[in-house]
Design a protein around this ligand. Sequence first.
Ligand code: PAF
Length: 286
Amino acid sequence: MSDLGGAPKCLRTPTEMHRWRDENPVKLGLVPTMGYLHEGHLSLIRRSCVENVKTVVSIFVNPTQFGIGEDLAVYPRDEERDLALLTEMGVDAVYIPSSDSMYPPDFQTFVSLEGLTRHLEGASRPNHFRGVATVVTKLFSVVHPERSYFGKKDAQQLRVIQRLVTDLNMPVEIIPCDTVRESDGLALSSRNVHLSSEERKVAPLLYKSLQKARSLFDNGERCGNLIRDAVREILSQESLFEIDYVSLTDDQSLIEIEGLIERPGLIMVAVKLGSVRLLDNIELRF
Ligand code: PAF
């Protein structure tokens, strides 16, 4: 909780953030966000507030994880509303750096991972994970959290960050948090605000296709191709969906499962709906 129960301390440069951390040598949770907060973010923040002495939320629309022609310029932003929500939540500090303070003109150090980032989102969004890994490394190195909270909706991002902290021996525990959904099943995402009313109506079909996969699996189906095909068939029924991938992988390595499913799997889908890229996934557990 913030010390006086008021607005969180706003830290706008890496130096201010470093100083605040030095003055607050306690168990700290970090919730990295790009702002335009929704219930999914709030659920991560709530959990961090319970599990740590203090919580920092970062808000930074990270330009290096957007490709040319992607939605950086129109990514939804509302700092005033975000700060009001964070005040209500009682977070201790908000790290809200400017782009210039994160990436000064002579910036030239990037963090990139190899195999895990080549397929799925990485194939459609070259350099996306390089941007994510770089900004998360920068956040961890100024905030020094003991724990950091990430949503399972961005399944590949979560695995990338888990790999990053393991490979670079970062002393941060990554806490995966369940996807939060609208009542019709659509996974929450800041980008949903860009869906037209017609697109919004059909968007829950994404989750329905995943539920079909789960029901086949729970009823004993173990053929990966059959499950992938069933999901693809449901998605193909909606002409507004432009399917990017339907993937059934090993839950941890994200290597595609060929043949029978004999270990925990993850079924992931990505579609373009109008101007919005929608992602979702569910775990297939024995
Ligand atoms: O998931 C997000 O919002 C972003 O990718 C993250 C982790 C905050 C890095 O910019």
